[in-house]
Design a binder for this molecule. Structure first.
Ligand code: SAH
Ligand code: SF4
Length: 362
């Protein structure tokens, strides 16, 4: 057993070099011991309860040009959409009737007064329509502190803004230097969100071209230093109509990106026992059992897709996205069976707020 693993299992504090060793585990037994420790930590902290967030991909319109993303502004091969109020309310009603407890509204990054007002109006509309019983997370990219505050006041309680890669050099290698994709602005966004009183989430992509285990160890330390409340992270996946596709020969095989993502989840759970960690759709894209494997490594949130099937096909951040045709009721019924078969309980009707956040408030 590597020294770092036995130290970890004996609850010794984790320094960067230990994280690098643990992320680099190649032996299957050690890999499983690490994930198991992630699961045990979760059981003892937040419990074996999985919270549901119904995902509404409100629009694939985006003003930015991240090199990795299939809905980047520069991709002119896709049809752009913005869901109607009716579609949004139908998805919200589904979440409400099925006791999801919570919704996530995700969009490409748009800015300006029209967009700010659209989101504000939708937040109020959804709350009115669902008796104020659903908590809402936003994932709408970088905005001004005023806009974050306005949306918070209109009823959003959590915000997801992934740092994507916490080391500046790697961040800059995956975004264009066009003045629109600035590392410091991204960090300031996370700080502003905290000031507005959100439960703040961030995350990274795992297995990016040029990314090292040191970078990933730094990502874990970044989450801890930023005292983040929630994390969504998963493997980087190729999209053929993006500039990063040209670097696909530099990538780890998909299954290695997958296993590395599971070790990231386990280590994060051990380092930050009380945060919320999502089992990402990207995990499921590589392995059909990916979401439950993420849960068994320490994740406690899943985000079933509630976007109407016709528009779902247009929200492709990466190729081979799963469940494009599966309607929401079908995927939720399966999810219930799957999660109970692995010993988890779904937190039906519960908001599933980050316990780390309530500790931070106190
Ligand atoms: N526009 C918002 C939210 C939508 S994108 C924003 O960028 O914050 C949501 C997440 O999808 C991004 O944060 C990124 O981490 C992830 N993503 C985009 N392209 C991806 C890809 N090719 N592989 C894996 N994840 C990707
Ligand atoms: Fe737009 Fe977000 Fe994709 Fe970047 S990651 S191109 S901001 S949708």
């Amino acid at each position: 057993m590597t020294g770092a693993l036995s130290d970890l299992l004996n609850n010794k504090p984790l320094a960067k070099e230990h994280l690098v060793q643990l992320l680099g585990i190649t032996n299957q037994e050690e890999h499983e011991a690490l994930l198991h420790h992630g699961l045990n930590t979760k059981a003892a902290s937040v419990g074996r309860i999985v919270y549901l967030r119904g995902l509404i991909e409100l629009t694939n319109k985006c003003a930015k040009n991240c090199f990795y993303c299939g809905i980047r502004a520069g991709n002119d091969t896709i049809e752009r959409y913005f869901l109607s109020d009716e579609d949004v309310l139908q998805a919200a009603e589904f979440a409400y009737k099925n006791q999801f407890g919570s919704l996530v509204i995700q969009t490409g990054e748009l800015s300006g007064p029209i967009f700010a007002a659209q989101i504000e109006r939708l937040l109020k509309l959804i709350h009115r329509h669902t008796n104020n019983e659903l908590t809402i997370t936003l994932s709408c990219g970088e905005q001004s502190q005023e806009v974050y505050q306005r949306w918070k006041d209109a009823g959003a309680s959590r915000y997801l803004l992934r740092i994507e890669a916490s080391t500046r050099k790697l961040y800059e290698s995956i975004h264009p230097a066009d003045g629109n994709h600035d590392y410091d602005t991204r960090i300031k966004g996370l700080e502003d969100l905290k000031k507005c009183g959100y439960q703040v989430g961030t995350g990274v992509m795992i297995g990016l071209p040029g990314q090292t285990l040191e970078d990933l160890a730094d990502d874990l330390l970044f989450f801890s230093k930023m005292d983040i409340d929630m994390v969504g992270m998963g493997p980087y996946l190729e999209h053929a109509d993006t500039p990063m596709f040209d670097k696909r020969n530099l990538l780890l095989p998909a299954n290695e990106r997958f296993l590395l993502s599971l070790r990231m989840i386990a280590l994060l759970r051990i380092m930050m026992p009380y945060i919320n960690i999502a089992a990402s759709t990207a995990l499921e894209t590589i392995n059909p059992l990916g979401r439950q494997m993420g849960i068994l490594a320490g994740a406690n949130v899943v985000m079933p897709n509630l976007t109407p099937v016709t528009d779902r096909k247009k929200y492709l951040l990466y190729n081979n996205k799963p469940n494009l045709d599966k309607d929401a009721s079908l995927s939720t019924a399966t999810l219930n069976d799957v999660l109970s078969s692995i010993g988890e309980t779904i937190g039906y009707g519960r908001a599933g707020d980050s316990i780390h956040f309530s500790h931070r408030q106190a």
